[in-house]
Every structure is written in C-alpha cells, then in structure tokens.
Design a protein around this ligand. Structure first.
Ligand code: MN
Length: 142
C-alpha cells in the first residue's frame, strides 16, 4: 500500500484530501503543521507528500527544503498545494517540489498529479497477474 503524508492545517481541506486518498486505497498519515510532519517523517518515509504551503510556524516551503536536504527523504515526491499562485512563488516551489496545485484543488487534478509522481499500484498488480498467468501458460505448454 502506498503511503501519502498530507501536511495541511485547514481541517476541512485535510478531511477532503484524506477521505479522497483513503477511498482510492492509499494509506494516509496526517500532519497539521511542519513539526508534526517531521516527527512522522522520522518514523516512516512516505511514498509521497501532499504539502500545503501556508502553515503555522515553519512553512510548507521550508519543510519541503528540509525533506530535500535529508538523505532519507530526498527522493520523496512532493506536491505543493497553495492558494497563492504568483509566478514568483511557483518558481520557489519548483526548487523543492515536484508539482504544484492551486487551491481550490479539483479532485481529478489532484489524482492525476499524484499518479504522475506515483504510478498506481493497481497497474503493478495487474502486470504481476499477467506475469503469473504467462508462467502458468508456459508451464501448461511445457
Ligand atoms: Mn494552510
């Protein structure tokens, strides 16, 4: 199961993101601030981080920079989510984040952004089943 760490201080957005990802079969870890996210990252490296940029204390951008500079997490894809879509900001996200979504986030856009960073496991399972099937077939033939 693929794990997504959601870092989001808005309770409603957190609920929407988390319900959506759970319904799509992801394991979800939740952090309402960067400090909690760092604790979770210390325990468990997620497959992807969905990162709100406007957070109390440390910003999502600062947290993304920390994730990038830690060898354990440097390759974890980060999708930034932010209401401020100024070009200058987007350029800054681009330094640390793999993708960027403007709030309000549309479900379809969020899922396709996640799939771009994290190919769905369903595909891997389907390929594995095909491989099993072809092994079974070759056994039959052989
Ligand atoms: Mn926020």
């Amino acid at each position: 199961m693929q794990t997504v760490l959601i870092v989001e201080d808005n309770e409603l957005s957190m609920m929407l993101f988390s319900d959506l990802l759970l319904s799509k079969g992801y394991r979800v870890r939740k952090a309402a601030d960067a400090e909690t996210a760092l604790q979770i990252l210390d325990e468990d490296v997620p497959d992807l981080v969905l990162m709100d940029i406007q957070l109390p204390n440390l910003s999502g951008l600062e947290l993304s920079q920390m994730i990038r500079s830690d060898a354990r997490t440097t390759d974890v894809p980060i999708i930034a989510v932010s209401a401020c879509a100024m070009r200058r900001d987007r350029e800054r996200y681009g330094r640390y984040c793999n993708d960027y979504l403007a709030k309000p986030v549309r479900v379809g856009k969020l899922l396709s952004a996640i799939h771009r960073q994290l190919p769905p496991e369903v595909k891997a399972a389907a390929t594995a089943n095909r491989a099993d099937a072809s092994v079974a077939l070759s056994r039959q033939n052989g």
